[in-house]
Design a protein around this ligand. Structure first.
Ligand code: SAM
Ligand code: CA
Length: 247
């Protein structure tokens, strides 16, 4: 099988249609109804600006959708999050959603291999007055996490960690972020239902990159079930998987 990574196939990703839209509702009309009645009316003006800017990007499919951004914001407020981490920033929709939800002295350690994506959205983040909360690190996240773990003061220091980067490393991320999230803190793994492909029949005409990443998100889901009741309480969500550290 030819393995096609997201990074190599922007046009195919932007153009692919076989999985429908980002929501699991699989009904454009219903999703549009939710957006128009409940999501767009309460979307922060800077998030709207960032979403519209990102829509022009050939990889716009990678962006966190606004309904999920609002769920993130609500979760962060519910747990009174202050110190957070994001792995996989792109143009920053989830990052800005997080920054707006945190208190003024809140912090986000944000990582992405590509600084250019981050810089596309940065002027909007600055205009929103929340850039001071963000510590952006460019580079592959695994080695950055390994450095963080070496420092004892980072262990259990994060209230919330959002993982939305290379899905083939989700298990590797999990092994590291469990050391960094605090007791009672949350880890969100985005796209663990991989746009519904986890239940696609074996003969479904999925693109190679969809098939490739599907196996990794399914592996993580299996692991999170196995360890349920041990260190984490885990819940599947439309956005992905939410884990709360309980021990
Ligand atoms: N959360 C973002 C948002 O709200 O728009 C979307 C993130 S996008 C799905 C995935 C991002 O992960 C891309 O920007 C990509 O550059 C980044 N990425 C891919 N592999 C990575 C790695 N090994 N380490 C860090 N970032 C990575
Ligand atoms: Ca995502």
């Amino acid at each position: 099988m030819t393995v096609i990574k997201e990074e190599q196939q922007p046009n195919q990703i932007a153009g692919h249609k076989e999985l429908g839209h980002k929501s699991l509702l699989q009904s454009d009309a219903l999703y549009q109804y939710i957006l128009e009645t409940s999501v767009y009316p309460r979307e922060h003006e800077s998030l709207k600006e960032l979403r519209e800017l990102t829509e022009k990007h050939p990889w716009n499919l990678m962006a966190t959708p606004p309904d999920e951004g609002q769920l993130l914001g609500m979760l962060l407020k519910l747990i009174n999050a202050k110190n957070t981490m994001e792995i996989g920033v792109f143009t920053g929709y989830s990052l800005l959603s997080t920054a707006l939800a945190l208190p003024s002295d809140g912090k986000i350690l944000a990582m992405d291999v590509n600084r250019e994506y981050y810089e596309l959205g940065l002027p909007v983040i600055e205009k929103a007055g929340v850039a001071h909360k963000i510590d952006f690190r460019e580079g592959p996240a695994l080695p950055l996490l390994d450095v963080l773990i070496k420092n004892e003061k980072n262990k259990g220091a994060f209230d919330f960690i959002y993982v939305d980067a290379d899905k083939d490393n989700y298990l590797n991320y999990h092994k590291r972020v469990i050391e960094l999230v605090k007791l009672g803190g949350l880890i969100g793994y985005d796209n663990t239902l991989w746009n519904g492909s986890v239940v696609a029949p074996p003969d479904a005409p999925l693109m190679d990159y969809v098939k490739y990443y599907r196996d990794f998100v399914m592996e993580l889901t299996k692991l999170l079930h196995l360890i349920q009741g041990s260190r984490f309480a885990s819940f599947p969500l439309v956005m992905g998987y939410l884990c709360r550290r309980i021990i």
